[in-house]
Design a protein around this ligand. Structure first.
Ligand code: SAH
Length: 283
């Protein structure tokens, strides 16, 4: 296959059979599954998926590759290709004639790394606006550094707003490492397979947008104490009192708080918003 990879679309063809095997195993595919694949490339993963599941919907931005894929999978009625930018597509309005492909319950993909976070956000939604569609699982091959942020624990240097935004909506685990040499051309970074399992939100805060806002504010200055990062919202003294109520060190940084702490903090601040308004807080 002589398809020259294009840098600007983040194209690196996966060639490791072991990596492909690991991706397929992690997805626990069943006959009735309907899969969404983002960035099928030359179809190396697609050709594994097609015989195993009910349907594969693939979204590929590269026009030449789309032509190639349509030919390659012409004999598979359970394959549907959408040509375009996954982030810009509104699949539901595009597939009104093909709603069965729209009912995908799993995502399995070796995605372009330059848009990893936006892809995850499009699949899961955000704290303030979770996706109305709850997928069974999302198995992705991504850059190792991003995966480490997804699974980081409080106190770890990789623990941040991305960790919490995803953790709020899903559980994440690292399935296996995939070395750069598993691709052609090899990317500059190592990769891992991650499995993201969306779940019901355990203890939603009273105001999810507010939680999202304090998480982003809290991590804006990583090395600073939380009470300083949230100064624009709440006086450091008042925040210290609230933290003390939860047995959290008043000198804590954003990275010291686990998700339940953030939710408790968001609720406590929200319940005291009348108080906060006096110091300039605006909803
Ligand atoms: N899955 C293939 C290719 C991975 S490379 C493999 O494992 O070999 C990433 C793929 O995503 C490329 O085919 C690239 O053209 C495609 N891509 C890049 N940006 C995209 C976008 N915004 N929407 C859809 N596909 C995209």
């Amino acid at each position: 296959m002589n398809i020259k990879p294009r840098k600007r679309f983040g194209q690196h063809w996966l060639k490791s059979q072991i990596a492909l095997e690991n991706i397929i195993t992690a997805a626990h595919l069943k006959r009735e599954d309907r899969v969404l694949e983002i960035g099928p490339g030359t179809g190396i993963l697609t050709e594994r998926l097609l015989p195993l599941v009910d349907r594969v919907l693939a979204v590929e931005i590269d026009r030449e590759l789309c032509e190639f894929l349509r030919n390659k999978f012409a004999n598979f009625p359970n394959f549907l290709l959408v040509e375009g930018d996954f982030l810009a597509q509104d699949l539901s309005s595009l597939l009104i004639e093909n709603t069965s492909f729209l009912e995908y319950n799993k995502v399995v993909a070796n995605i372009p790394y330059y848009i990893t976070s936006p892809i995850i956000e499009k699949l899961l939604g955000t704290i303030s606006k979770p996706s109305p569609k709850q997928l069974e699982s999302i198995v992705l091959l991504i850059q190792k550094e991003v995966a480490e942020r997804l699974v980081a624990k409080p106190g770890n240097k990789n623990y941040g707003a991305l960790t919490l935004k995803v953790k709020y909506l899903a559980d994440c685990e690292i399935v296996c490492k995939v070395p750069a040499k598993a691709f052609y051309p090899p990317p500059k970074v190592d990769s891992v397979v991650v499995k993201i399992t969306p779940r019901k939100i355990d203890n939603p805060p009273r105001n999810p947008s507010f939680l999202e806002r304090i998480i982003i504010m809290g991590f804006a200055g990583r090395r600073k104490m939380l009470r300083n990062n949230l100064k624009a919202l709440v006086s450091p003294e008042f925040l210290a009192e609230i933290l003390a109520d939860f047995n959290i060190n008043p000198q804590a940084r954003a990275e010291d708080l686990d998700l339940p702490d953030w939710i408790a903090l968001a609720n406590a601040l929200w319940d005291n918003r009348v108080e906060l308004e006096r110091s300039g807080f605006r909803d």
